[in-house]
Write a protein that binds this ligand. Structure first.
Ligand code: MOS
Length: 735
C-alpha cells in the first residue's frame, strides 16, 4: 500500500458519487419510505410553556374519520430512557406525565389512515392546562444553573492576578442568539414492528445511537432494532439525538400493531429537534503593550431546557487557542422553559470564538498592532493545556496565504477610512479552529471475485460527501479504480460507526476504512504466501502494496497478482476484512490531536444611512490536514461560511418573552442567508497531512463556520467605528 506521506495533500475533487441519484430523485430520504398498511402520525403540541395538563379532550379526535388512535400521557406505553445525546443522556421521553416544560412539547400523538385525516383530527385535540409562569430569560436569577457537566473548565496560572497587573485590560460582555438548525429535509420517522423486532427509517446523523435508544426505550435487545438512513436530508447537528418524536412513532406502531410514519412540519422542526442555545459571555483579557497575551478570563452562561442535560462549553476553545500563561474558562447553563437546545454546526466554538476573536480585534486597535500580527504574536505550536506539540497546526500558513489572497495589505487601518461611493468599506479577520473529535469506528471491506469491492459502515452522509470520500479512500487503499468501489452506509446492522458530527467522521471512519483495507490486503497475501503458483509466495504481508487491482511487492508492480486471480484460484466468491479505529491517546503518541484551523478574511459594505450590512468578499484559508476530495471539502467550507453569515446578520430564533412560543418558527419568518446575501466565497486549503492519524485527515465541516461572525463584526467596526458585541447584528445598532 502506498504510504500516507506519498499521497497528495489535496485529493481529487470528483463530483459526488450519489449526485445523480440525488438530482434525479432516486435517492430515498427518510420521508420517502412507505410500507403497505402504514398509518400516519401527527403531533399535538403544548400551547403553554410551563405548568401541567389538567385534562385532555380526545373524544372528538378519536371519532373523527380515519383515526386509529390518539395517544396522550394517560394511555401511552411507559418507555425507558436511552443515552440519546451526543455525550449525555436522553432528552425527556415523550408522554410520561402531565408536566409541561416548554411550548411545543408533544402532548398527544394522533394516528390515522391518511396524513390529512391525522392532521385534521390533531386540531380537535384540546388540553385544559394549569399554567405556571415560565422561566424564559437566560439571566433570570431564579433559573437553576448547571455547571460544567463534562469537566471541561480549565485553569492555569493566576488569571485574576495577571489581569490586575496587566498593562492593558479589556472586559466585555458578548451575546449570541438562539439559532435553529433548519436542515432542508423535514425530519421523518417510519417505524415497523415485526413481533419484537423493530425496523425504523429515521432522519439521523447517528443510526447506532438511535438503535441503542429505541432498544432501551422498549426493553428489547439492540440486535432487535434496525435503523436505516441511506440519505439524511441535512442535519447541522439536529440529527445527533434520538428525539421524543422518534420514540413516539415507534410507540404508536407498537400499540396500534401498524407501521406508523411521521413527518414533522416546518414549524415543528423549530421545537422538536434542537437548536443552537443562546448565550452570554463575559471575557476579560490582559495584554502587554507589545501584544503578548498575559491573561484570559472567559465565562459563559448558555440556555438549557428544563429536563435535559445537553451542554455547550462556549469558552472551552479559549483554553488552547493561543499562547497565554494565565487562563480561566468556566461554562454554566441555565434551565429554562424552552424547547431542547442541542448542537448546531460548530457548537460552542462558534459562540466562544466570536467573543475571543472580537476582543482580540478590539485590542489590535487599542495597541495599534495589525490584527493578523497580533494573532501571530500569540501563536503556539504546543497545546498549552498539556505542553504537547499539536499533531498539525498550519494556522500561520492560513494567515499568510489568506491575507495574500484577500489583499489584506491594501487595508487602511483607520476605521471609517475606506469608502466606495456611499458605502463604508471594512476589512476584518478572525482565526478559526474546530477541536479534534473522534469516537470508535468500524468498517468492513470486501473484494469480490469480479474485482469489484465494497466497504461498509453504519455511518451517515449528511450531505458532506461521506459516500464519495470513503469510496475514494477505499479505492486508493485497495489499489482499485473508483468505479470498481462502492461505499455503503446508513444501516445500523453494518459495522458500528461514530456519529456524523463534531467534524469527526471523515477522520475516524477514514482510519477504520484504512485499517479494514490494510487487513484485507494482508488476508490476500496470507492466502497465497505459501502458494507455489503465486508470484507473491514467501512475501510478508508488510512488504506489499496494491495498484491496478493487483497485490504486489512494494515498488515492484510486476511481482504480484490480481485479486480476481487469487480468488478464482482459491474458488472463493469474495474476501472480507473488518477494521477499526479508536481515538489515539495524546500521551501515548506524544502529540495533542489537532482539529482543523483556519483564517477568515471578510470585506463588508455598510450603508451608514440605512444600517445595511452586505458581505462583499470572504477568503477562508483552511488547514484540514489531508483533504480527501477538494470539491466536497470546499463545499463544506462554503456551506459553513453561509451559516456564519446567517449567524452574524440574520439568524435569530425569537421566543415570545410572555408565552415562550417561538414567534418566527417558519421559513417565512426565520431568516437564513440566501444567494443574495452570499458573495463569491474563496476557499484555499493549506498545511500538511496531520501527523496524529493514519490517513492524515482532519474534519473540515465546522471550521467553515467558525470565525465568520467575528470577521464580519470586526469588518463592520473597521467600516463604521461601531463595535458590535451582540449577534445577529441588527440595523438599529449601526444608525
Ligand atoms: Mo455537527 S453540530 O456536530 O452535526
Amino acid at each position: 500500500m502506498s504510504t500516507v506521506e506519498s499521497r497528495p495533500l489535496i485529493g481529487e475533487g470528483i463530483s459526488r458519487v450519489d449526485g445523480p441519484r440525488k438530482v434525479t430523485g432516486a435517492a430515498p430520504y427518510p420521508m420517502d419510505f412507505s410500507v403497505p398498511g402504514q398509518a400516519y402520525g401527527t403531533l399535538v403540541q403544548s400551547t403553554i410553556a410551563a405548568g401541567r395538563i389538567v385534562r385532555m379532550h380526545t373524544d372528538e379526535a378519536a371519532h373523527s374519520p380515519g383515526v386509529v388512535t390518539v395517544l396522550t400521557h394517560e394511555n401511552a406505553l411507559e418507555v425507558g430512557m436511552g443515552p440519546a445525546s451526543v455525550l449525555g443522556a436522553s432528552p425527556p421521553a415523550p408522554l410520561r406525565n402531565d408536566r409541561i416544560v416548554h411550548h411545543g412539547q408533544h402532548i398527544a400523538f394522533v394516528v390515522a389512515e391518511t396524513p390529512e385525516q391525522a392532521t385534521a383530527a390533531a386540531r380537535l385535540v384540546r388540553a385544559d392546562y394549569e399554567a405556571a409562569e415560565p422561566l424564559l430569560d437566560l439571566q433570570d436569577p431564579r433559573a437553576e444553573h448547571l455547571h460544567d457537566p463534562w469537566g471541561m473548565d480549565h485553569s492555569r496560572g493566576d488569571a485574576a492576578a495577571a489581569l490586575e497587573g496587566a498593562e492593558v485590560t479589556l472586559r466585555n460582555t458578548y451575546l449570541t442568539a438562539d439559532n435553529t438548525n433548519n436542515p432542508l429535509g423535514l425530519f421523518a420517522t417510519l417505524a415497523v414492528w415485526d413481533g419484537d423486532t423493530l425496523t425504523v427509517h429515521d432522519t439521523s446523523q447517528w443510526p447506532s445511537m438511535v438503535r441503542t435508544t429505541l432498544a432501551m426505550a422498549f426493553g428489547i435487545p439492540e440486535s432487535s432494532v434496525r435503523v436505516l438512513v441511506p440519505y439524511v436530508g441535512g442535519g447541522f447537528g439536529a440529527g445527533l439525538r434520538a428525539w421524543p418524536h422518534v420514540i413516539l412513532t415507534a410507540m404508536a406502531a407498537r400499540m396500534t400493531k401498524r407501521p406508523v410514519k411521521l413527518v414533522l412540519t416546518r414549524p415543528q422542526m423549530f421545537t422538536s429537534i434542537g437548536h443552537r442555545p443562546s448565550g452570554v459571555q463575559w471575557l476579560s483579557v490582559g495584554i502587554r503593550r507589545d501584544g503578548e497575551l498575559v491573561a484570559l478570563d472567559h465565562r459563559s452562561l448558555s440556555s438549557l431546557s428544563m429536563e435535559d442535560n445537553d451542554f455547550e462549553p462556549f469558552s472551552s476553545g479559549t483554553a488552547f487557542a493561543y499562547q497565554c500563561p494565565n487562563v480561566i474558562t468556566r461554562d454554566e447553563q441555565a434551565k429554562l422553559n424552552i424547547a431542547v437546545p442541542t448542537s448546531m454546526r460548530a457548537p460552542a466554538e462558534a459562540q466562544g470564538n466570536f467573543a475571543l476573536e472580537s476582543a482580540l480585534d478590539e485590542l489590535s486597535y487599542t495597541l495599534g498592532i495589525d490584527p493578523v500580527e497580533l494573532r501571530v504574536r500569540n501563536h503556539t505550536d504546543v497545546d498549552p493545556r498539556n505542553g504537547l506539540p499539536w499533531s498539525g497546526k498550519a494556522i500561520l500558513e492560513c494567515y499568510e496565504i489568506g491575507a495574500r489572497r484577500f489583499g489584506w495589505s491594501d487595508r487602511n487601518p483607520e476605521p471609517r477610512s475606506m469608502r466606495d461611493g456611499n458605502w463604508l468599506v471594512g476589512y476584518g479577520m478572525a482565526s478559526a479552529m474546530f477541536p479534534y473529535f473522534a469516537q470508535p469506528c468500524m468498517a468492513e471491506a470486501t473484494v469480490n471475485r469480479d474485482g469489484s469491492a465494497f466497504v461498509r459502515s453504519a455511518a451517515t452522509d449528511i450531505g458532506t460527501g461521506t459516500y464519495t470520500v470513503m469510496a475514494q479512500l477505499s479505492a486508493e487503499e485497495l489499489g482499485l479504480p473508483l468505479e470498481k468501489v462502492r461505499f455503503d452506509l446508513g444501516d445500523s446492522d453494518m459495522p458500528n460507526s461514530m456519529m456524523a458530527g463534531g467534524s469527526g467522521l471523515t477522520g475516524a471512519l477514514g482510519n477504520a476504512v484504512h485499517d479494514a483495507c490494510r487487513r484485507l490486503v494482508r488476508s490476500f497475501v496470507e492466502l497465497v504466501r505459501n502458494d507455489a503458483d503465486s508470484p507473491l509466495m514467501g512475501i510478508s504481508p508488510h512488504e506489499v502494496e496494491c495498484s491496478g487491482g493487483r497485490v504486489h511487492l512494494m515498488g515492484c508492480p510486476d511481482r504480484g497478482e490480481s485479486y480476481v486471480d487469487i480468488l478464482a484460484r482459491h474458488g472463493m466468491p469474495q474476501l472480507s476484512a473488518t477494521g477499526s479505529s479508536t481515538p489515539p491517546d495524546a500521551t501515548e503518541i506524544g502529540m495533542s490531536l489537532a482539529g482543523a484551523y483556519g483564517a477568515k478574511f471578510v470585506e463588508v459594505r455598510v450603508d451608514p444611512d440605512l444600517g445595511l450590512v452586505r458581505v462583499a468578499r470572504v477568503v477562508s484559508a483552511i488547514d484540514g490536514g489531508r483533504i480527501l476530495n477538494e470539491k466536497t471539502a470546499r463545499s463544506q467550507i462554503i456551506g459553513g461560511t453561509v451559516g456564519g453569515i446567517g449567524m452574524a446578520l440574520l439568524e435569530d430564533t425569537v421566543t415570545d418573552p410572555r408565552t415562550g412560543r417561538i414567534a418566527n418558527g417558519t421559513f417565512a419568518d426565520y431568516l437564513v442567508a440566501v444567494n443574495a446575501d452570499v458573495p463569491e466565497l474563496d476557499v484555499v486549503f493549506v498545511g500538511e497531512p496531520d501527523r496524529g492519524t493514519p490517513t492524515g485527515t482532519k474534519g473540515v465541516g465546522e471550521v467553515g463556520l467558525v470565525g465568520i461572525a467575528p470577521a464580519i463584526t470586526n469588518a463592520v467596526y473597521h467600516a463604521t467605528g461601531r463595535r458590535i458585541r451582540s449577534l445577529p447584528i441588527t440595523l438599529d445598532t449601526l444608525l
